[in-house]
Design a protein around this ligand. Structure first.
Ligand SMILES: Nc1nc2c(ncn2[C@@H]2O[C@H](COP(=O)(O)OP(=O)(O)OP(=O)(O)O)[C@@H](O)[C@H]2O)c(=O)[nH]1
Ligand SMILES: [Mg+2]
Length: 387
């Protein structure tokens, strides 16, 4: 699928290796036994992630598959310290979650603007021989090598940070609601899967208050196993504080549909059940008062519900009130409700998932390691390294 909304990338990251310590003896006119003066190697560059609110997708990383920090410089004579390797900062949108691409293990996440997380530590520089002089060995002919670099292939996923996430089957009227009350204008049409990419819009509320609503593509039964748009959108729901389930009023069995949706969410990540839930019965302009009363009697009773119509505006103000009130409590419980636990990736799905995201190709690494080592060749003469 050609799209600029990229919420899934695989890249190779590597920190720098530490520079080696120098093995050097001080030499100068009239100083016959100058002693060791080899300096320390510089540390290798670290790889950091940095939350940046100017980024909305991971698109920029699709063009940069290798992110390598600089190597530390080697120590030199006269105690000169090798230069530290250049650090690399990877700017990511808030809500980025990082997994180890080989094991599926959750590594870290970045949620706020300006937040910096160290992904890979650069290797420590080795100590020069001047550190190893002792009373019995005043001219040590060895120095420490630098610590090696670290390499990790990661999967980065964007999970949108919206206050309210819309959960419903295709055609439920999710985009219509987002169009009606928020700043976003996703496409609306009378066929399923109109929305293929999530979008977020700001909903203004009284007194200059506002909250963020995410339009998410429709869910179908089996989505948690990859059916329909599968995992692509379920992940976005994980970061929403409150879930608004949307089921059209002309559905045969609202309670049944609600249960199917709930089951998909639970299969995907049981933690989602801890989130505050509301139910909106959409397209209520198609119902009369009598029908509304009848349907009300048989709605699921573990969550508040409201009949709405985004087309006529029926109960839309009340819906906003309801959302606001519940967001308030969701926020108060934020310590456990929005601090979602990211499950490790299921390895049995990982291959299919990578394939579905078009990220299953091997990333080729062009290694320039051997070339770099030639620089300091004369310092290497009869050096013995210790760890
Ligand atoms: N009568 C009526 N029709 C509505 C209402 N809201 C949405 N619709 C219609 O329902 C159809 C689907 O609406 P969308 O908003 O595109 O549905 P969606 O949930 O975003 O669908 P996907 O993006 O495919 O998941 C469109 O033809 C809308 O015009 C409503 O309140 N009343
Ligand atoms: Mg839609």
């Amino acid at each position: 699928m050609e799209t600029n909304f990229i919420d899934y990338v695989k890249i190779v990251c590597r920190s720098g290796k530490g520079g080696r310590g120098s093995m050097h003896m001080h030499r100068a006119k009239y100083v016959p036994n100058g002693g060791p003066d080899g300096g320390d190697g510089g540390r290798g560059g670290h790889v950091y992630l940095r939350g940046n609110r100017n980024y909305w997708t991971l698109l920029h990383l699709r063009y940069e598959r290798h992110i390598f920090a600089g190597h530390g410089g080697n120590g030199g004579k006269n105690g000169s310290h090798g230069a530290d390797g250049a650090d690399r900062y990877i700017d990511v949108p808030c809500g980025t979650v990082v997994y180890d691409a080989d094991t599926g293990r959750f590594v870290c996440d970045v949620t706020t603007d300006g937040q910096v997380v160290m992904l890979l530590k650069g290797g420590r520089g080795g100590l020069g021989n001047k550190h190893f002089a002792t009373s019995t060995n005043q001219a040590p002919r060895f120095a420490q090598p630098g610590e090696p670099m670290q390499q990790l292939t990661v999967i980065m996923e964007l999970k949108m940070l919206a206050d309210v996430g819309l959960v419903g089957f295709p055609n439920a009227g999710k985009s219509t609601l987002v169009n009606a009350i928020s700043s976003a204008h996703p496409k609306i049409a009378g066929y399923p899967f109109t929305t293929l990419e999530p979008s977020v819009g700001v909903v203004s509320y009284h007194d200059n208050r506002s909250f963020v609503m995410a339009d998410i593509p429709g869910i179908i039964e089996g989505a948690s196993e990859g059916k329909g748009l599968g995992l692509r959108f379920l992940r976005h729901i994980e970061r929403n504080a409150l879930l608004l389930f949307m089921i059209p009023g002309d559905t045969d069995n609202i309670r049944h549909d609600y249960e199917v949706l709930l089951r998909e969410l639970t299969t995907y990540n049981p933690e989602l059940l801890n989130k505050q839930r509301l139910l909106a019965i959409t397209k209520s302009d198609l119902l009369d008062d009598e029908l509304i009363e009848m349907l009300s009697a048989d709605l699921p009773d573990d969550l508040p519900h409201i009949f709405i119509s985004a087309v006529t505006g029926f109960n839309i103000a009340q819906l906003k009130d309801l959302l606001w009130q519940n967001l308030d409590t969701a926020d108060r419980n934020a310590s456990h409700s929005s601090a979602i636990v990211h499950r490790d990736k299921d390895l049995s799905f990982l291959h299919d998932e990578l394939q579905a995201e078009g990220e299953d190709e091997e990333i080729i690494i062009i290694d320039e390691e051997d070339i770099e080592d030639i620089d300091d060749i004369d310092e290497l003469d009869d050096v013995e390294y210790v760890d």
